[in-house]
Design a protein around this ligand. Structure first.
Ligand SMILES: Nc1ncnc2c1ncn2[C@@H]1O[C@H](COP(=O)(O)OP(=O)(O)OP(=O)(O)O)[C@@H](O)[C@H]1O
Ligand SMILES: [Mg+2]
Length: 613
């Protein structure tokens, strides 16, 4: 029975699995309510009912084949009954056609439902994660968010739909087949009941053995891979040479490689063993059945047709039975996937829209910003990043934040756009706590130009439109002009339609900054938060960026994290931060006259500028 062996091989590949410990731990940590999973599928009740009906129907229809075989062997052939023969053979063909068509429809429907559910979840998780504060993304390991969104939800479709459909089809096949077997011959069914359990146990055992060895082999292979990567890369070789670690690396490599020799042999052998067991089982059970049927003591006067029909059924029982035994594992894997995704959906949003927002008309905001005794501590911070900062920035004026690295400048600036919320105190715009404004309103009031400018993969136009989707071309060009970047864009091969960003045209640092300024000009916010570039730009670029920034700041309340002396000098007010506290504040001349920290910083900057010039 080579056909049977092949089919069994496919089923045996999944058998003997144990639940993934990581999955079990996940479910332990955050259990999943069945009702919540069911709710996801509720809108597709109709389709799912049809899928189940199709599965049951194909299993039932397939059961006709053995009875048709018996009809052919016991009646049509011995009696040379051609019409009956034609009828029976036609029936067999019809069964295969019907089950095949049912199968296609069922796959189509279950995949559609799976994909729909996945689409819903994917969108929900994306939207929810986007609402998370910046702090969430700094805390989360890079790539983990993306992996959850893409991999977990991606595998959900296959795991969940295949678990559900394979359970339904295995269960109906096993039940239907068992009933038919008893109908054909209760004696042989009894015999099967005795032979099947040890056969299944044996196959599962061998499959499990093989799985262990394969996993070991995989682990060592990946060890070997990383050793090759580490040992034969530029930095790795450099490290090896400078530390004199070359020989040790070689030895380690040889060790892992040697170990693999043995593992590979065992893995191949285990694979062979598995095939061997499968073929013994698949040939052995029918042989035993023939024996029982042939011996006068046990035959019970069975016809040849019944015997053949019975062995056919019996061969079809093995694979679904094994699948049913593994249903627990598939279920655990599916539930763990749901658990992981739900965990993300349940993350509280720490910076969210207020329950009762204060109505604010962004067009009428004057733009006074007030930090009222503001304190802030990062969740993992040892000391507060900000401590009792009390500063008022009158509408339309400019404030320069200066201070040593780590003094809290970026943190203070981040509070205005609610990238962080203060731990104590309040941040007010025109007297309204920013936490009482709708986030969408706040985003229209407060614009941020950070040091690292991020361009989306898309055209220049798309990048600009991202800031203001309804902007006209004239508005885009005007903003780009004012940001001193229009001539750069115009000189590109496709002008405003040149693709930039992740995989497109690369702008220089200064050009990117000016693009970001153009984006901000389009939004026309009343309050502007600027993080000046620390990296030195060449004089000409510097002048262009400065001109763009001046243009952007005109008529707005501007809070600049200043690194250039010129910016600081021209600011209406300067705040010197020291370890999260306001050390000094006032205008340039006042602070110079004070002869304190600012005077020292300014002196240093002057000297640096003189040296650079
Ligand atoms: N995400 C974070 N988690 C924990 N601590 C942080 C985080 N970001 C900043 N800090 C800490 O908060 C303090 C203030 O940092 P901040 O970035 O505001 O300084 P800065 O004045 O902008 O410095 P620089 O001039 O280098 O940009 C520092 O001690 C820093 O280590
Ligand atoms: Mg900073």
């Amino acid at each position: 029975m080579t056909g049977g062996g092949g089919r069994g091989g496919g089923g045996g590949g999944n058998s003997g699995r144990r639940p993934d410990p990581a999955d079990l731990a996940q479910l332990e940590r955050s259990p999943v309510r069945w009702g919540r999973v069911a709710a996801l599928f509720r809108p597709f009740r109709g389709q799912l009912a049809v899928v189940v009906a199709l599965i049951v129907a194909s299993s039932a229809v397939a059961l006709a084949t053995p009875f048709l075989i018996r009809l052919v062997i016991d009646e049509a052939i011995p009696e040379q009954d051609v019409p009956l023969l034609l009828w029976a053979v036609g029936g067999m063909l019809a069964v295969t056609v019907v089950t095949a068509v049912f199968g296609v429809v069922q796959t189509w429907m279950s995949t559609t439902v799976g994909q729909r559910v996945m689409h819903g979840l994917r969108t929900a998780v994306f939207t929810h994660l986007q609402r998370q504060s910046l702090g969430f993304f700094t805390r989360t390991k890079g790539g983990e968010v993306q992996s959850r969104l893409m991999n977990d939800i991606g595998s959900m479709q296959s795991v969940v739909t295949s678990t559900a459909t394979s359970f339904a089809s295995s269960a109906t096949t096993v039940i239907g087949t068992a009933v038919a077997m008893v109908v054909l011959s209760w004696r042989l069914s009894l015999l099967s009941l005795i032979v099947l359990p040890p056969a299944i146990w044996l196959t599962r055992r061998v499959a499990r053995m093989r799985r262990t060895i394969t996993a070991q082999r995989q682990r060592h292979l990946s060890d070997l891979h990383s050793q090759v990567e580490e040992g034969l890369s530029v930095s790795g070789v450099l490290l090896g040479k400078t530390l004199g670690a070359g020989p040790v690396q070689s030895q380690r490599f040889a060790g892992t490689s040697e170990f693999l020799v043995d593992l590979e042999v065992r893995s191949q052998l285990a694979g062979r063993w598995r095939m061997a067991t499968m073929s013994v089982v698949f040939a052995g059970i029918p042989a035993l059945i023939y024996l029982a049927a042939g011996l006068p003591a046990t035959s019970g006067g069975m016809t040849i047709g019944t015997l053949v029909a019975f062995t056919t059924l019996q061969g079809a029982l093995f694979r679904p039975l094994m699948q049913l035994l593994d249903i627990g594992v598939s279920l655990t894997a599916s539930m763990a996937l749901f658990s992981r995704v739900f965990e993300y959906l349940d993350l509280p949003v720490d910076i969210d829209d207020p329950a009762h927002p204060v109505p604010v008309d962004p067009a009428r905001v004057r733009g006074e910003v007030r930090f009222e005794h503001v304190g802030f501590r990062y969740p993992d911070g040892v000391r507060p990043a900000l401590d009792d900062v009390d500063v008022t920035v009158p509408a339309g004026s400019t404030l320069a934040l200066v201070g040593e690295t780590g003094s809290g400048k970026s943190t203070l600036a981040s509070l205005v756009a609610r990238l962080n919320d203060p731990t104590t105190g309040r941040v007010l715009v025109d007297g309204v706590d920013v936490r009482d404004m709708r986030l969408a309103d706040l985003a229209r009031v407060v614009g941020v130009v950070s040091q690292e400018t991020y361009l989306l993969h898309g055209t220049v136009r798309e990048n600009l439109l991202h800031a203001k989707p309804d902007a006209t071309d004239a508005e885009l060009v005007d903003a780009a002009r004012r940001a001193q970047v229009h001539h750069v864009i115009a000189a590109l091969p496709d002008g405003y339609d040149t693709v930039v960003g992740a995989r497109g045209h690369r702008f220089s640092g200064g050009e990117k900054q000016r693009l970001a300024i153009a984006r901000t000009l389009l939004r026309d916010p009343r309050v502007l938060v600027l993080d000046e570039a620390t990296s030195a730009l060449d004089n000409e670029t510097e002048r262009a960026v400065q001109a763009a920034l001046d243009e952007a700041a005109r008529g707005r309340t501007t809070i600049t994290i200043a690194h250039r002396l010129s910016t600081v000098r021209d600011a209406d007010r300067i705040v010197v931060l020291d370890a999260g506290r306001v050390a000094e504040q006032g205008a340039h001349e006042e602070l110079l006259a004070l002869g304190g920290r600012y005077a020292r910083l300014a002196g240093l900057a002057q000297r640096d500028a003189a040296l650079a010039g």
